[in-house]
Design a protein around this ligand. Structure first.
Ligand SMILES: Cc1cc2nc3c(=O)[nH]c(=O)nc-3n(C[C@H](O)[C@H](O)[C@H](O)COP(=O)(O)OP(=O)(O)OC[C@H]3O[C@@H](n4cnc5c(N)ncnc54)[C@H](O)[C@@H]3O)c2cc1C
Length: 756
C-alpha cells in the first residue's frame, strides 16, 4: 500500500478489457444496478481506487450521495443520471461496453490509440525478439564452428535491418509521431502562417489539405515533450522554455495583483508548437451561445452560434459516450475531448452542491450553459491533446507543409505603395530570413504577439506608431480592447477528510507507473475537476447567460505551495502569512471568475525591437461593476461550501486575510474587494486585441472574414479577433476560429468569394 493507503498497482479500471476486469465489471454492474435501485449503499469498490482512508467516513459520504440521487422526479432525472455516471472514479471515460473501444479503433486514422499502436509495437517487438534469437543462434554457430563471413554470420545482420525497418515503419504509420523541424525553407510559399498555437496549428493543417498549396508554419518555440503531456503537471511547464513569461505592467489608479512581486501578474503564453494549448489547463469550454449571437449582432455575419457550432463539431473527437450521443458533440475530428479518468470525491460533492443550490447539473457545452458539470478536457488517453498533437502530427508528412520551429517572425513585409502583404521576416536560430507569400500571410501569434507584430509592421494606432518612428500603413486600433477573465485566486476552504489533491498524492512512484502503463490515475487530472456557470444578481434576467464561472479544484495554493507561489509570483510575505500555516492541509478551492468584464486594457509597443516584450495593461477593475459582480460571485462560492454536500467534510473558508486586507471584517464587501485586488487571478485568457468588426466600427482591426483593414493578403486568425471575450475558457473558441478562418481562406481562393 502507498503512503496514503493508496495502492495504484491494484487499480482496477472500468475500461480495462482483461478477463479479470471483465469479470469484475460484470459483478460490478449487477451489484450497482441492484444496489442503486434498492438501497442507499453503493458498492464499496467505488473508493477502492482512491487514496482515501477513513472507511466509515467514506461509507457516510456514499450514503449521502445515494440518498440524494434516490427518489428522482422527472425534472431531476437527468441530473441524477449525470451524477451517477460520475460517481465511480474510473467509470466515466472511454467506453460503456468492452466492444466500444474495438469499434472506435476501426472508425478512422484519427481514432488510433496507443492500444492499436501497441499492437503494432507488439508485432515489431516480435520481429525484434525473433531476429535477436536468430542473431544469437548465428553468433553461437559462428563461434562454435569458427567460420567468420559465412551465411550464418550474414544472417546475424538481419536483426539490425529488422530493427531499423520496424522503427522506420513505426514512425511513418504512427499518426502521433512528432513533426520534424523544416531543414530547408523555400524562398516562397502560397501561405505563411505565423504562430503554431491553438489557432495557427489548425490553420496550417487545414490549408495544407489543398495539395497544390504550399504552406510555411513559423513557430517561435520548439516541440512539446513528455512533461507537457502530463495533465497534472501543467503548472510545471509554466516558467520553462515553453513559456514566453510575460508580465502585466504595474497598475495605475485601479490597483490589482498587489499580492504579487512588483504588483505584476505573470501572464504565461505558450512558446512551443501548439502554443498555449501546450501549456494550458486543458479545460474544454465553448462559451455561451449568446456570445456568438452578440458577435453577429455587432456586424459580423456568419459568426452566430448556429454558424460556429459546426466548426466546434468539426474539430472534435469526443471520447465520452454519454456526450457523443448528443447533438452538441461529435467524433472523428482531430481534437480529442474527454473527461479526466480520475477525480477526487470532492468533485461529486461539487455537483451535489450545485444541485442543492438549485442549479442544473449538465453538460454546460450543450444546449444551455448555466449549471454545474465535471470538467471536460482536451486530453487523449489521459495525456494532453494540444493542437500540435491533434492537428499537426497526423499531417506532418505532407510535402506541401513546412513547419519551422525556433523561428520568430519579426515583421510582416507590406508593400507601402500597394498596401499588400507579400512576406515575412523572421529569425531562425538567430539567423535572419525573409520569405515571400504568393497568396496570404496569416497572423496566428496570439493576442499579445499578433498586435505587436502588426504594429512593428506599420499597422496600428497612428500616434503610437509615429512616436516610435514607424511608418503608418494602416491606422487601426491594434492592441486596444484587450479583455481577459479575472477573478479571486487562492479562495480556499478547509476540510477534515484526507481526500484532497495534494502534491504528495500525485507525485510518487506508484502514481507515475499508473500513468505510464495505464494512462490513468491522479496524473491525468486537469487539476480543475468541476466547472459551474452561475448567475449573480447582475446577470441578464433570462438566467441563460451567466456572468460568473467557477473553477473547482480539490486542492489550493497550499497543496503545492512552492510551485503555485512561483508561477503566480506571490510575495513571500503573502504566502508565509496566508498559506504557509495551512501548508499541505486538506483543502479545496473555487476560482470565481468574471465572464464578461467591462474593464478593457491594451497592448502597446515598448520598443521597435521585436525581442522587447510589449506593455501589457489589462486595467482590471477600472469598471466598478466588475468588482460588484465578482463579490456576488464569491458569496455564491461561500454558499457552495455551506451546502450539506460539503458540510459532511466539515468544509469552512480559510479566513487568514492578506496582509493588506487585515483591517476589513471577513466577508464584508471591502474585505473581498481588497482580496480581489491582492490575489488578482487571471487564467490567462487575453483576447480581442485585433477586434473583428464591420467597416463602420472605429475599433475594428479585421473584417468579418478576418482580413486586416487597409492591407491586402493579410489576415489575423487567433484569439485577438474576438469582438468580445467569450463567456468561458478561450482555447476551444480559438480552435473554432482557426477552423472557420481556414475555411474562409479556402472559400476566397478556391471559390473566388471575396465579399464579407
Ligand atoms: C497557463 C494557461 C492556462 C490556460 N488554460 C486554459 C484552459 O484550461 N482552457 C482554455 O480553454 N484556455 C486556457 N488558456 C487559454 C488558451 O490556451 C488560449 O486562449 C489559446 O491557446 C490562445 O490561442 P492563440 O492561437 O490565440 O494563441 P497561442 O496558442 O498562444 O499561440 C500563439 C503561437 O504563436 C507563437 N508566436 C508568437 N509570436 C511569434 C512570432 N513572432 N513568430 C513566430 N511565432 C510566434 C507562440 O509561440 C505560440 O505558439 C490558458 C492559457 C494559459 C497560458
Amino acid at each position: 500500500m502507498g503512503k496514503f493507503g493508496f495502492n495504484p498497482t491494484k487499480f482496477v479500471h472500468w475500461s480495462d478489457p482483461t478477463a479479470a476486469n471483465l469479470k469484475y465489471k460484470e459483478k460490478y454492474h449487477t451489484e450497482y444496478k441492484k444496489r442503486s435501485t434498492t438501497t442507499n449503499v453503493q458498492p464499496k469498490e467505488k473508493y477502492s481506487t482512491t487514496p482515501y482512508a477513513a472507511k466509515e467516513k467514506v461509507a457516510r459520504n456514499v450514503n449521502y450521495i445515494s440518498t440524494n440521487i434516490k427518489g428522482e422526479d422527472s425534472k431531476q432525472a437527468s441530473q441524477n443520471d449525470y451524477i451517477k455516471r460520475h460517481l465511480y472514479v474510473k467509470s466515466c471515460v472511454d467506453k460503456e461496453s468492452p466492444e466500444w473501444k474495438f469499434q472506435a479503433q476501426k472508425v478512422s486514422i484519427r481514432n488510433y490509440t496507443p492500444k492499436v499502436i501497441n499492437q503494432e509495437i507488439n508485432m515489431g517487438m516480435w520481429i525484434i525478439v525473433m531476429s535477436s534469437i536468430i542473431a544469437s543462434l548465428a553468433q553461437v554457430a559462428n563461434f562454435a564452428v569458427g567460420l567468420g563471413g559465412n551465411p550464418l554470420a550474414i544472417a546475424g545482420l538481419l536483426p539490425i535491418f529488422a530493427i531499423g525497418l520496424t522503427f522506420m515503419r513505426y514512425s511513418s504509420f504512427d499518426p502521433e509521431s512528432h513533426p520534424v523541424d523544416a531543414r530547408r525553407i523555400y524562398p516562397e510559399y502560397d501561405f505563411i502562417v505565423v504562430g503554431g498555437g491553438s489557432a495557427g496549428a489548425v490553420v496550417a493543417s487545414r490549408l495544407s489539405e489543398i495539395s497544390n498549396w504550399t504552406v510555411l508554419l513559423l513557430e517561435a518555440g520548439g516541440d512539446e515533450n513528455e512533461i507537457s503531456d502530463i495533465p497534472a503537471l501543467s503548472g510545471y511547464v509554466q516558467m520553462s522554455e515553453m513559456d514566453w513569461m510575460y508580465q502585466t505592467s504595474p497598475p495605475g489608479d485601479s490597483p490589482y495583483c498587489l499580492a504579487m512581486i512588483g504588483d505584476r501578474c505573470n501572464w504565461p503564453r505558450g512558446k512551443v508548437l501548439g502554443g498555449s494549448s501546450t501549456i494550458n489547463a486543458m479545460i474544454y469550454v465553448r462559451g455561451n451561445r449568446h456570445d456568438y449571437d452578440l458577435w453577429e449582432s455587432l456586424g459580423n455575419p456568419g459568426w452566430s452560434y448556429q454558424n460556429v457550432l459546426p466548426y466546434f463539431l468539426k474539430s472534435e473527437d469526443n471520447r465520452n459516450p454519454y456526450l457523443q450521443r448528443t447533438k452538441y458533440h461529435s467524433t472523428g475530428g482531430y481534437l480529442t475531448v474527454q473527461e479526466s479518468p480520475w477525480r477526487t470525491p470532492l468533485a461529486i460533492a461539487f455537483l451535489q452542491a450545485g444541485k442543492e443550490l438549485g442549479y442544473q447539473i449538465r453538460d454546460c457545452n450543450g444546449e444551455l450553459q448555466t449549471g454545474f458539470m465535471i470538467a471536460q478536457g482536451t486530453i487523449r488517453r489521459g495525456s494532453r491533446c494540444s493542437t500540435a498533437k491533434a492537428f499537426l502530427r497526423p499531417v506532418r508528412l505532407r510535402r506541401n507543409l513546412h513547419i519551422a520551429m525556433h523561428s520568430q517572425a519579426t515583421q510582416v513585409l507590406i508593400d507601402p505603395n500597394t498596401k499588400m502583404a507579400y512576406g515575412v521576416k523572421f529569425t531562425k536560430n538567430n539567423r535572419p530570413f525573409a520569405v515571400r507569400a504568393k497568396r496570404e500571410v496569416v497572423l496566428s501569434a496570439g493576442a499579445l504577439s499578433t498586435p505587436q507584430l502588426l504594429m512593428l509592421s506599420g499597422v496600428g494606432p497612428k500616434d503610437h506608431l509615429e512616436s516610435f518612428g514607424i511608418t503608418v500603413l494602416s491606422d487601426l486600433k491594434v492592441g486596444h480592447n484587450l479583455q481577459d477573465h479575472v477573478g479571486l485566486g487562492g479562495f480556499t476552504f478547509m476540510i477534515d477528510d484526507p481526500i484532497s489533491f495534494k502534491k504528495e498524492r500525485f507525485q510518487n512512484f506508484g502514481v507515475a507507473m499508473e500513468y505510464i502503463f495505464n494512462e490513468r490515475g491522479p496524473l491525468t487530472s486537469l487539476g480543475v475537476e468541476g466547472l459551474a456557470f452561475v448567475n449573480t444578481k447582475y446577470a441578464p434576467k433570462s438566467g441563460s447567460w451567466p456572468d460568473v464561472q467557477f473553477h473547482f479544484a480539490g486542492s489550493s495554493v497550499n497543496s503545492d505551495g512552492d510551485r503555485v507561489k512561483q508561477i503566480t509570483g506571490l510575495r513571500d510575505s503573502v504566502y508565509n502569512t496566508v498559506y504557509k500555516p495551512i501548508a499541505n492541509a486538506e483543502s479545496w478551492s473555487i476560482l470565481p471568475l468574471l465572464l464578461r468584464p467591462k474593464s478593457t486594457g491594451w497592448v502597446r509597443l515598448k520598443s521597435t525591437d521585436p525581442r522587447v516584450y510589449p506593455d501589457i495593461n489589462p486595467n482590471y477593475f477600472t469598471h466598478k461593476e466588475d468588482v460588484a459582480v465578482l463579490i456576488d460571485g464569491i458569496r455564491i462560492g461561500l454558499n457552495v461550501s455551506n451546502t450539506a454536500a460539503f458540510q459532511r467534510f466539515n468544509s469552512r473558508p480559510h479566513k487568514i486575510a492578506f496582509p493588506g486586507c487585515k483591517q476589513y471584517p471577513f466577508d464584508s464587501d471591502e474585505y473581498w474587494e481588497c482580496s480581489i485586488r491582492h490575489f488578482t487571478f487571471t487564467i490567462y485568457h487575453p483576447t480581442s486585441t485585433a477586434k473583428m468588426g464591420p467597416a463602420n466600427d472605429p475599433d475594428a482591426v479585421v473584417d468579418p472574414r478576418l482580413r486586416v483593414y487597409g492591407i491586402g493578403n493579410l489576415r489575423v486568425i487567433d484569439a485577438s479577433i474576438m469582438p468580445a471575450i467569450v463567456s468561458g475558457n478561450t482555447n476551444a473558441p480559438t480552435i473554432m476560429i482557426g477552423e472557420k478562418g481556414a475555411d474562409m481562406i479556402k472559400e476566397d481562393w478556391l471559390h473566388g468569394r471575396k465579399s464579407a
